[in-house]
Design a protein around this ligand. Structure first.
Ligand SMILES: [Zn+2]
Length: 334
């Protein structure tokens, strides 16, 4: 789903909103957000810089060409809410955040609000439907009502969409992939709110495979895996740059944590590969499995129902090309 995020050209928050958007695009690919210049400012809407919710939503719904749009403004709402949304349009205010509620940072507040907006758009909820299912009192879910504004912190610290809400959103048409994407967004909010942000490079791929030299496996890495990753615009890293006894596992975990996607070559029985695959899975990473066709029979049952990119042994061009196509949808929108 493509979503345009409109910000006034003179807004002091513009760079922080742009950072929030790029972080969101970096952790998932279901919702592709783009920052745009808002065609009107709040002065044009009258009322001395205070937004009447209905008027603001109506104005924002006419911004740009995209069906789904968000207006992030620093003008407060007349009813003092953080945001208003209706099916395909959302208006979020940053007014008072830094004065009364930060920390968490304004950036993580914007990420949190945009994650909620993505949920509402994906489930096609009207404001009324949303109010009917919102939690009051709050329970640490992105769907908390926060009638007492300071309670928004519970939802940010918890950084989760509760199972009940996930089920309801799915009934309203949100896909499992979209729910997973929103949960990754909320994990960003939680990590920042707890003061433990995890650095993530949206264009980095970490390769998990057996190390070897001068054989089929080594060639597959050099001419298939590495070349395919780099052709998609990602940097390619493997943990074998230098051998540091005892520190390898810590290093590998850090690489996995920091990478947008994990590419695992699973055609050779190797316990390290499966261990690292488990770490990547637990961290909610996108994973692409590759294997030579002739050797795919020996996959362990835990992973033999996952999709694997296969290539005829020795055909590194086929490997390179299928890997590049699998990675392209993960490239963040410019
Ligand atoms: Zn909930």
């Amino acid at each position: 789903m493509d979503i345009d995020v409109f910000v006034a050209s003179g807004s002091h928050d513009k760079s922080r909103i742009a950072t929030a958007v790029s972080l969101l695009n970096g952790v998932q690919s279901e919702f592709r957000l783009a920052v745009r210049v808002a065609p009107v400012d709040t002065a044009a809407l009258g009322n001395a810089g205070v937004l009447e919710p209905g008027t603001a939503l109506k104005a924002a719904s006419r911004f740009g060409e995209q069906e789904h749009k968000v207006w992030v403004t620093d003008a407060p709402f007349a009813d003092n809410w953080f945001s208003h949304e209706d099916r395909a349009t959302s208006v979020i205010t940053t007014a008072d955040w830094e004065r009364y509620f930060a920390p968490p940072s304004l950036r993580s507040y914007v990420i949190y609000q945009l994650a909620q907006t993505c949920t509402i758009f994906a489930a096609d909820l009207s404001e009324e439907m949303l109010e009917n299912i919102a939690h009051e009192p709050p329970r640490g879910c992105a769907n908390d009502l926060s009638a007492n504004k300071a309670n928004i912190r519970f939802g940010m610290l918890a950084g989760s969409l509760c199972p009940e809400c996930a089920a309801v959103m799915t009934q309203y048409g949100m896909s499992d992939e979209q729910v997973a994407a929103v949960r990754r967004m909320l994990a960003l909010v939680r990590d920042e709110a707890l003061g433990t942000p995890r650095p993530l490079d949206p264009l980095s791929a970490f390769v998990v495979m057996r190390f070897s030299a001068f054989d089929e496996n080594a060639n597959a890495y050099e001419y298939g895996v590495k070349a395919g990753i780099e052709a998609a615009g990602f940097t390619c890293t493997r943990a074998d740059d230098s051998y540091q006894p005892g520190a390898l596992l810590t290093k590998v975990t850090k690489y996995i944590e920091r990478s947008r996607v994990i590419v695992a070559k699973v055609d050779v029985q190797n316990l390290n590969v499966y261990y690292e695959l488990g770490v990547a899975r637990a961290l909610g990473k996108d994973i692409i499995l590759v294997a030579a066709q002739e050797q795919i029979g020996g996959l362990p049952t835990d992973i033999n129902n996952l999709e694997v990119l296969t290539y005829p042994t020795g055909d590194y061009k086929a490997l390179r090309e299928s890997l590049t196509s699998a990675l392209m949808p993960l490239v963040p929108r410019a």
